[in-house]
Design a protein around this ligand. Sequence first.
Ligand code: FAD
Length: 446
Amino acid sequence: MKATVLGGGFAGLSAALHLALEGYEVVLLERDSLLGGKAQGWQGVPTGPTVLTLPELVRTLYQKANFPMPPLHPVSPLTHYYFADGREFAPTLEINPTLEQLGPAEQMRYVDLLEEAKQLYHGAVDTFLLAPPPTLLNLAQYGLKHGLKAHPFSSLEKLVQSGKYLTPFFLRFATYMGANPYHAPAVLHNIAHVELGLGVWHLQGGFARLVADLRAMLERLGVEIRLNTEVLALEQTNGKISGVKTNTGLERADLYISALDRAFTLELLGRAAPTYPLGVSGFAVLLKLEGDHGLAHKIQFPQDYALEWANISSGTLPRDPTLYLHTDGNTGFLMVNSPPVPAPDKAGYAALLLERLKAWQNLPILEHKILAPQDYARFGARGALYGRAPHGLLGTLRHPWQFAGVGNLWQVGGTVHPGGGVPLSLLSGWNGAGRAMGLGYERLGL
Ligand SMILES: Cc1cc2nc3c(=O)[nH]c(=O)nc-3n(C[C@H](O)[C@H](O)[C@H](O)COP(=O)(O)OP(=O)(O)OC[C@H]3O[C@@H](n4cnc5c(N)ncnc54)[C@H](O)[C@@H]3O)c2cc1C
């Protein structure tokens, strides 16, 4: 049996791995000269993901491929937060050192909200994360079992009210799925458990190493990786894909897995563009630094977090945004959330961010490169990092793996079930391909 995989991001790599391990003859088509998609990297500097959660999933993929895994280290503090008035907060997986940094009322709220996040995560996981796309019956069963405990009619903002410092701290986790925290439903509070309860990890060599290792696994299994090969159209005959038209010719297979942004696949099918609202994009400045700056994740909150998100809602880049800084040795990644629209003045906005960075962390920058929403638009519709905005209760439901009327095409990746982020994209690729092969669902160590 032959399979063609479209796109060489994490979802495409994971789908191709599963197909190859099951004995399929696999061809992977990637438009760019590098694999990894959003995690492609620029001369050793990360271009997208930096925070690794749910590491058991990655470990399981290495085991499945019988491939040596690089060392994996827990990151502590998980993230170091800086507030506009100079206060700092550096939570760890250990609760006591975390609580010691908080006042008595904050301590109670922190413990309560951590427990709430854990309950929401455990309630949602079997239906929305570690299972095939839910059916109406699954949703009804979830509603009956968890009902009001999942706060279906409440907003995240209402649920996590916990004072001047902890409110923005808890709100921010919703951005990991592309949400504007002020439009997110309460159930997205479950994401806080993934980081604060399960931890942040670092794979030696970062996500670039994971891309390189997945490529080596595929090559060892005989997968044909075709770089610089852009998919131009999906040809259809009698409700099936009959071929993939690329810039180098026509590719035919028994089954097809698209690991592109779902909106791109719709376009290749000649269908109407989706009308759903898109989630956030990012504006990043990639940094080459002099000297070793260790491994760290840092956040600097603005004076007014609500104003930042009001700006993003209205389609403008905030002048006073939350800064995220990741350093790993002599590289740095500075990022802010952005609306999914082109930045009108890339250089000017990057200069503003670098000024802010200088006042916060004085790093010796040797060289930098800017990635704006118009650059991320190569990977996702209008540069949205996770596809559809998870706003409102139904907005958190991710798209299923198939399109009506196309029998042999499966859609996987960060813009569909179970959702964005590296671990879930890997899971989507693995299980979407598994479903295409008629196999059962696998939780991949989770
Ligand atoms: C700035 C930023 C920060 C992030 N931070 C984190 C984080 O800290 N932790 C985390 O877990 N996740 C993070 N993410 C999200 C994570 O990177 C994504 O969810 C994940 O990488 C998505 O993988 P994917 O395979 O679905 O899509 P992509 O990585 O977008 O892969 C799609 C691939 O398809 C290719 N392609 C597109 N069109 C065509 C075509 N016509 N023909 C052939 N190939 C094509 C693209 O070149 C690309 O290689 C971040 C993302 C960004 C951008």
